[in-house]
Design a protein around this ligand. Sequence first.
Ligand SMILES: [Zn+2]
Length: 427
Amino acid sequence: MDLTIEGKIYHNGSFEQGCLAIEQGKIAAIKKTIKTDVHLNVGNNLILPAGIDLHVHFRDPGFPQKENFSTGSQAAVFGGISCVFDMPNTDPQITTMQALTEKTRVASEKSYVDFGLYVAVSDENIGRLVELSPFCSGFKIFLGSSTHSLKLSTQNIRVALLETNRTKKITLIHAEDEHCLKIHEDKEHTLVDHLRCRSAECEEIALRNILNSSQGLSSPIHICHLSSCEGFEMIRKRPRNMSVGVTPHHLFFDVHTLNTKQTFYKVNPPIRSSFDRDTLWYGVNNKLVDILESDHAPHTEEEKHVDFNSAPSGLPGVETMYPLFLNAMKKGHITLDTILMLLCERPAQLLNLPKGKMEVGRDADFIVVDMKKTQTISAEALHSKCGWTPFEGFPAIFPSMMFIRGEKIIDDHQLLVKQGFGKYVGV
Ligand SMILES: [Zn+2]
């Protein structure tokens, strides 16, 4: 054994005061007492699996003013996320082998956390997905236009899904129907306008299309950031290979409570009504959705400080996601069991990762948390390069330590490893 840690370990659905032994980056044993020369006692603090975020935009390469893989992965580390999966709408867009190879190099040099990379499916690269597949973690399809994204023509969805199905890898889909968005397009001045222009109907139409186009296919398909009641009803009876994610911003905000700095909450799909928000909470608390995903999509304050119509869509969130839900648990809004299923276990399952659970043989990726230490979220203390957070002032519980593959990554706000520690996983 290389190291043992003693504390309150979440194991098999409950807490046990015990010890965790780590050998070669893996959990080697979980017992009442085991001790090695290197033994760390964290007392009454909780030892929980680290989170996995399968939806981030670290903007690297292409948008260094917003974020890069170094700053984005630091934000992940301090938010208790040991593994992220980055979206392909960088510059260049990740649609070719050359772009993917270059991005793999950039991320490998800079990342503090383990990571995976997706390839974007465009009308042009459908025929090359099988060839790209061994080098990526999965595929991303944008059905509707969004900031910096490249969309797939609606008529190509079936052929695209047939191709990604051959690769057996996961396909993630941004489900807003382009034709519907075009019909509702108008000048926008407020978040309510944005909501009207990207109505729930557009999500519903896209989901119906995905359900029809994926008939008979067996590879995993993931619906990103479900946002509406209509969408929830549409996807409720989904095939077994289809999963659904929800973001913190769709759970913590509704459009009528956001009166100031409206451009900062402009995001796609939009933040909707309290009715939609309640539906999403219902889905989360009844495990009718599969995962929580941050859709961390930073833009600078200057970029957001423009008139509403010109403001880019997207907001940061990888660092605040796990801490917000730990606080929500303390308040009784969600159970720990649900958080760990949606933030750790299911994402690990979807991406075939040996992570996400305190179990012998899995990667020793975990966090140490003092549940008594509620903090107030402040952008100043966060690590994303964009320098602001939509959750300013929200109570949250941040981890005091984080381990990845048995290595201590942070200890009380100190970063202990160098960039490049993170490994490319999930390929
Ligand atoms: Zn996204």
